[in-house]
Design a protein around this ligand. Structure first.
Ligand SMILES: Cc1ncc(COP(=O)(O)O)c(C=O)c1O
Length: 414
């Protein structure tokens, strides 16, 4: 590759202008005349050669695990090699300031204050830390939805079984796509004992954008804590935690952020600090200290490189690309009569994921497995939807990927 450095990209995108131009660019994503992997080939917004994906693989599964670009892997490996030359010195002298830089970078990326950001291992880790850090007693209630991923839900189930808290579940039927209906259900479900509203930013099932600003305001008005699971958002769409107004925002480094696996970020807003006294922070607000234990420094530094990589394109441009491609995908899927589209149509509730419900004659897991093994097309089966198949579109995906995936699906259904 590498005749197109991140700096070049920044220059290029600056030249292209802001969102409208980026949308235009995104709508004209590489039609795949040049096969991915060829020197200089573009795959979506990214250079094909930036990624280490197997040649010919159609990867529409960033919502499960994102592929780390080459600069991220190189930074991680370089840090690891340096560490092993003198482990103690690196772990306690050289590593910590570098980790602090990543924390600052991550806070700027998610738009919260530096000292509101805690580095974690993943979303589940962050959710667990928040749930266990809260002082909830038997009879206290947590309000959540029926569309949460286990990583955002198990922590509350745990507190229900161990401490007797009560879970109230709001339904968000796939395919309904109505933000006002969601808000009305939340409002009706709040009780005087409700202490927490816990919900996703983007639903992992359908990709629907939850009305986070309104739900956070609702939580505040009732004296409740708002906890947002942002696993499917950070890196794929522009996340501004401050503007969202939630108390806690939890996300991961290894999906849309394209960072090393086993990295995550937790934003605990200043005003909520007293209500969620995280153990990790009791030894001081440091990403790593003698008292919080040694972290995986190379991976965290790789996360810093992933943030640099995304910032070189600009998150606004990335979101525009992802949405333009997902809207094209949505349109193409409208022409597949056997499936039911359950994701929001193009518009304010849409995100870079499209999910379809498959007919009863096939099983989503079987279809996903056959597409993967026969056609090298990676999609996510969502059996609980029920029988769903999810496509994720990120900056390295092109219309080629989308067309190949839909063609593969058509073949499976005939
Ligand atoms: C909404 C949501 N929350 C949490 C998780 C778990 O993510 P992690 O591996 O970061 O814990 C996922 C994974 O798919 C998810 O989609």
């Amino acid at each position: 590759m590498a005749d197109f450095t991140p700096l070049d990209r920044r220059w290029f995108l600056a030249l292209m202008g802001a969102l409208p131009a980026a949308r235009a660019l995104a709508c004209n994503v590489d039609t795949g005349v040049r096969p991915p992997g060829q020197p200089g080939a573009r795959s979506g917004l990214a250079m094909a050669d930036d990624l280490l994906l197997a040649p010919g693989l159609v990867y529409l599964q960033t919502g499960s695990v994102g592929p780390s670009p080459r600069p991220v892997m190189e930074r991680t490996v370089a840090a690891w090699k340096e560490l092993e030359q003198n482990p103690t010195r690196y772990a306690y002298r050289l590593g910590p300031p570098a980790l602090e830089d990543v924390r600052t970078k991550a806070a700027a990326f998610l738009r919260c204050a530096d000292d509101e950001l805690v580095l974690t291992r993943n979303t589940t880790d962050g959710m667990n830390a928040v749930a266990c850090g809260l002082d909830l007693a038997a009879g206290d209630r947590v309000l959540t939805t029926d569309q949460e991923h286990g990583g955002g839900r198990h922590c509350w189930d745990y507190l229900a079984s161990r401490r007797g808290i009560v879970l109230d579940i709001v339904s968000v039927p796939p395919g309904e796509n109505d933000a006002q209906a969601i808000l009305d259900r939340f409002r009706r479900a709040i009780t005087p004992r409700t202490r927490v509203l816990s919900f996703s930013h983007l639903l992992y099932t359908t990709g629907l954008r939850m009305p986070v600003v309104e739900l956070s305001a609702m939580a505040a008005a009732h004296g409740c804590l708002s906890v947002v699971d942002g696993a499917q958002a950070a890196g794929g769409v522009d996340v501004n935690v401050t503007a969202l107004g939630c108390d806690v925002y939890v996300t991961t480094g290894h999906k849309w952020m394209l960072g090393p696996k086993g990295t995550g970020m937790l934003c605990l807003r200043e005003g909520a600090r007293d209500r969620v006294p995280l153990i990790a922070e009791q030894a001081g607000r440091k990403a790593q200290s003698d008292s919080t234990g040694l972290t995986n420094i190379p991976s965290v530094l790789g996360l810093g490189a992933a943030i640099d990589y995304l910032r070189a394109f600009g998150i606004v441009q990335i979101e525009a690309h992802n949405l333009a491609l997902r809207d094209q995908l949505f349109q193409i899927l409208q022409g597949v009569p056997q499936v039911r589209l359950v994701s929001p149509p193009p518009g304010p509730l849409a995100s870079p994921q499209v999910t379809v419900q498959l007919p009863d004659s096939v099983k989503c897991r079987d279809v996903a497995q056959r597409l993967s093994e026969k056609d090298q097309i990676m999609l996510r089966a969502i059996p609980d939807l029920p029988n769903g198949l999810r496509f994720s579109t990120h900056l390295f995906n092109s219309i080629n990927d989308v067309e190949r995936a839909v063609q593969g699906l058509r073949t499976e259904l005939t």
